[in-house]
Design a protein around this ligand. Sequence first.
Ligand code: CA
Ligand code: CA
Ligand code: CA
Length: 477
Amino acid sequence: MKSALLIGLLLCGAATAQKNKEVTTKKNPHARAQPVGVVPGQLIVKFKKKGNANGIFKQLAKAGINLSPIRELGDGSFLVEFSEDSGLSVSVLGLDVKAGGSVIDALDKKTRQALDKLNKFFDIEYAEPNYVFKPAAVPNDQFYSLQWHLPKLNMPKAWDYSRGSNVVVAVLDTGQTKHPDLIPNYVAGYDMLTDPKMGGDGNGRDSDPTDVGDGGVCDDGITYENSWHGTHVDGIVAGATNNTEGVAGVGWGTKIQNIRVLGKCGGSMADIADGIRWAAGMSVPGMPANATPAKVINMSLGGYTGTACPVTYQNAINDVVARGVTVVVAAGNDGKNASGSSPANCNNVITVTAVNLNLTKTYYGNFGTNVTLAAFGGDTTRDDNNDGYGDGILSHLWSPDGSEWYYAFMEGTSMATPQVSGVVALMYALKPKITPAQVKDILKRSATPLASGACTQGCGSGILNAAKALELTRALP
Ligand SMILES: [Ca+2]
Ligand SMILES: [Ca+2]
Ligand SMILES: [Ca+2]
């Protein structure tokens, strides 16, 4: 159909960070689970001889160290309580362990001296603080330190609430690739492209959502390189995380369902609308049932139509939202009011614009009252964090000819949108019965408002704050 609405990819520039020496030699300083504090007023003490614990406690009291046993632990040591007047001061949670130092150095001086005293007491094998360990919420992926967007989204704290539990995010995009840092999180998807010319795989719809490349000459006469756009988006949602390879995704346990709706020169709304319904587990004529329906649909796609939301889109969106599925869409990269960009201007969606590393709206991000909130789209023309790379979003990619996989920085509302989808998946993981209306309300209430002047034309409620969103989600009945 000639008049089919063609949908463009919502990305701007791309700068590659290949697996070169400079990147691969960076070490992640947070890979180990470190003690982050101590339980105030508690120690663990082991006596050299078993059987005379009471006698030793009395001797210690005579020496001015009043300890009262709480319980004996499995190895015969004692968890004990001490008080200020025992000669030990009560220490605090949340110790600031300096690089190269230890948690002992971070204890207050009085406690350190007292531990030292106890450890010299002849009947004591050892005494140590009752450390508090946190989950290793900071992942060990090789290039995590270049993923500035993750700490800025407050992800490490959010991962203490949830790292995902097999919630499926449908990514309606250019399809999937065999990037080794993505494959573990895929579930079966579909190739929705009916037009073999767009599909480029010699047929119409089929069950293989592999991205065979979307490059070529389009109606505008321009020759486009393969974008591997879906691969980059997939990685932001839920690249394989904490596997020491590559980068981390927003969800560790989240699953990705690739629904290929964009091919050479874009994709048609008819295919995309079918993809929306199929993603949610609804029946689509001529298609098999979706065995693993999605709870979240990510659409890092759109086009500036200058008109209202097309009915075809709105009906599909309303149908899936009624089934409890949350639809997250990119606001678009036109630097215009999102009211003219679809599906950003549809009802019942979460529309995401893009801010840069400095928490300011990007030059390209669409704006206005249709925008729900912002996440990080980045700006590859700047290096404000001085890491030697343009400040885009680092994720999975391939060389244009598809011969080499690597990691690359890209910018766009396409990159901001999957950050929101990834956090929404964690919300569903925490509360599987959460409704799309509750998701939207929580995202808005938990967003960090932008500073005055950072987005004068409207970025919704502010910037995505993953930890706060999950805190509010956890508080739901
Ligand atoms: Ca096909
Ligand atoms: Ca990884
Ligand atoms: Ca940078």
